[in-house]
Design a protein. Structure first.
Length: 404
């Protein structure tokens, strides 16, 4: 197509300037096509040979391309002279000089353009090498909007994404270390307790029936704690892997919460805490829920409140309809925490607030609130927390009336 356009352009210029006979126009077209074909084949072979691809840089290829084009122009001048389109030898020399001037000028401009491109490509190459070595890529600051500048912008974006990925990897590694340390500590405690009580029973240290019954009850409680910790780890693994599958059906949230409150009242009473549930006054529509996961979330919130509410305190659970959300909240009269920490209480292994600290009455591995957030967000819901030091805390769960 390039050859056809070039030939047509030459013929049109010749027709407009000289108006040669038809026979000469046909001859000129044939020779132009022939010389263009030879130049094109020579240029393609020169620039696409294995040696050129391996050894020629951008500057050299720009020089070779302009040189081949200039030589093709000189060849065409010679052809035209032999066809007697040029009237005198003086005209031929004049045309040859003009073509030579054009070749030099074109070659210089091509080498300049090639050098500019090569310099910027080399900057990008250095940035990529730095990126491969794990170093930070500096701002390339290419003051242009061409393809090379866009490539530089893409490299900078890639560097930023890799840095973010590295920070995320470091964060996950730290979480893994924290998880190992936390689970090692929390599993060791109930296991040691069960082992000590089992040995006491096996050696006959506890002789009365009441003592044995108490030991069996304590062992059962420790086994439940172990089971809960293992369940937390399993749920956390599913949430991290994005493999959590919800089995939803339409359920009344107040009934789900009421069952949880009823089941956890004995635990609250043993600690001298008043656990209450405000039944909603108006109708609450049934919503699409995975009953087991939402029941687990409610139990985690209530258990967290029990752990951090002193004897004689109060825990108030409630369910209400607000706009397009069914809102479940758990408010306690515990120690509370700073308002600035409320955005972190749902993070796993956050140590700054009361929920992440090692509480002497803790009944889990410290992952309960993180799992609550994961379950609720999997339902398209939201979590929130409101607290102040010494004034307790309120944990809030919002579930959509209409699922996404």
């Amino acid at each position: 197509m390039v050859l056809a356009i070039a030939t047509a352009t030459g013929l049109i210029v010749a027709q407009l300037t000289m108006a040669p006979p038809r026979s000469e126009m046909l001859s000129m077209a044939a020779y132009l096509c022939a010389s263009g074909t030879v130049a094109g084949i020579a240029g393609w072979l020169a620039l696409n040979s294995g040696w050129a691809n391996r050894n020629l840089g951008v500057r050299s290829k720009a020089f070779a391309g302009s040189l081949i084009g200039g030589l093709a122009g000189l060849l065409n001048v010679a052809v035209i002279a032999h066809l007697m389109f040029v009237s005198t030898s003086h005209d031929l020399y004049l045309l040859a000089a003009a073509i030579g001037f054009s070749v030099v000028l074109t070659t210089a401009l091509s080498v300049h353009v090639g050098s500019s491109i090569a310099q910027r490509v080399e900057m990008i190459s250095e940035a990529v090498r730095a990126l491969a070595a794990g170093e930070r890529v500096p701002n390339l600051n290419l003051d242009a909007t061409d393809e090379v500048a866009r490539l530089a912008v893409d490299v900078e974006r890639l560097s930023a994404k890799l840095e973010a990925a590295e920070r995320e990897r470091a964060r996950l590694d730290q979480q893994r270390i924290d998880l190992t340390a936390a689970i090692s500590h929390d599993l060791r405690t109930p296991l040691a307790s069960v082992r000590a009580m089992a040995e006491a029973l096996a050696e006959g240290i506890v002789e009365d029936e009441a003592g044995r019954s108490r030991y069996y009850a304590l062992m059962g409680r420790e086994v439940e704690r172990l089971d809960r910790m293992i369940g937390d780890l399993f749920d956390l693994a599913q949430l991290d892997a994005g493999a959590l599958r919800l089995e939803k059906r339409r359920l009344p949230l107040p009934e789900v919460v009421a069952e949880v409150i009823e089941g956890m009242k004995p635990q609250a009473e043993r600690k001298g805490i008043d656990l209450c549930f405000d039944c909603p006054t108006g109708p609450i529509p049934e919503i699409w829920l995975d009953g087991a996961r939402i029941e687990r979330s409610a139990a985690n919130l209530v258990r967290n409140a029990i752990e951090h509410t002193p004897p004689g305190g109060t825990i108030q659970a409630s369910v209400a309809l607000k706009d397009d959300w069914v809102v479940f909240s758990v408010a306690d009269t515990g120690e509370g925490f700073d308002a600035g920490e409320t955005q972190h209480v749902w993070d796993r292994f956050y140590r700054g607030d009361r929920a992440r600290g090692r509480h002497q009455d803790s009944d889990g591995a410290g992952l309960g609130l993180s799992i609550v957030r994961g379950f609720v967000e999997a339902h398209g819901g939201q979590v929130d927390c409101q607290s102040a030091p010494g004034k307790g805390a309120t944990f809030i769960v919002r579930l959509p009336v209409t699922p996404d």
